[in-house]
Design a protein around this ligand. Structure first.
Ligand code: FMN
Length: 146
């Protein structure tokens, strides 16, 4: 059974709710799904993930949410090519009223590629009314893994 790992970076819970939606959709398609806040994942566990979906909001002035900061820094510190067997896609939450729209999700998308992971679907950047865009991304990524 294909295993899907969903990691969320959040301040106020939107990304966590979406991570739960992703897992429900994945399980309905016969995938084994698990979701975690980014703060609970050790870098060694991260490197072993085969199928990764990231949902991450942006905070402050284009910054990572608090629960994502440490893992993001550790991933940035990996050697190039360290996660070549990983497949991934990123769903970025933000607000177009900010200059650095969805910057944290864009950084995840960039760093994962830089470290050798394989993007299986383009990143989607969501504005405050994220439901429709998120739903479409979820359907697409689940159909790729399912
Ligand atoms: C104080 C504050 C700062 C924010 N900064 C940004 C930002 O720099 N760029 C952006 O695209 N969105 C920004 N946002 C919007 C959030 O990313 C957006 O509301 C998101 O849906 C929150 O998701 P979460 O509940 O998973 O944290 C900010 C929101 C707040 C309240």
């Amino acid at each position: 059974m294909t295993k899907l790992t969903v990691l969320y970076g959040t301040e106020t819970g939107n990304s966590e709710l979406l991570a739960m939606d992703i897992c429900k959709a994945g399980e309905n398609s016969g995938l084994e799904c698990e979701h975690y806040g980014m703060e609970v994942i050790e870098i060694s566990e991260f490197c072993d993930i085969e199928n990764l979906l990231i949902v991450c909001s942006t905070w402050g002035d284009g910054e990572q949410p608090d629960n994502a900061i440490e893992l993001f820094e550790q991933v940035e510190g990996l050697n190039e090519g360290a996660i070549q067997s990983m497949k991934f896609s990123v769903l970025a939450l933000g607000d177009t009223a900010f200059d650095l729209f969805c910057e944290a999700g864009k950084e995840w998308d960039r760093v994962l590629e830089e470290k050798g992971a394989n993007r299986i679907h383009d990143r989607v950047d969501c504005d405050v009314d994220y439901e429709d865009d998120a739903e479409e991304w979820i359907e697409n990524v689940i159909s790729i893994f399912g």
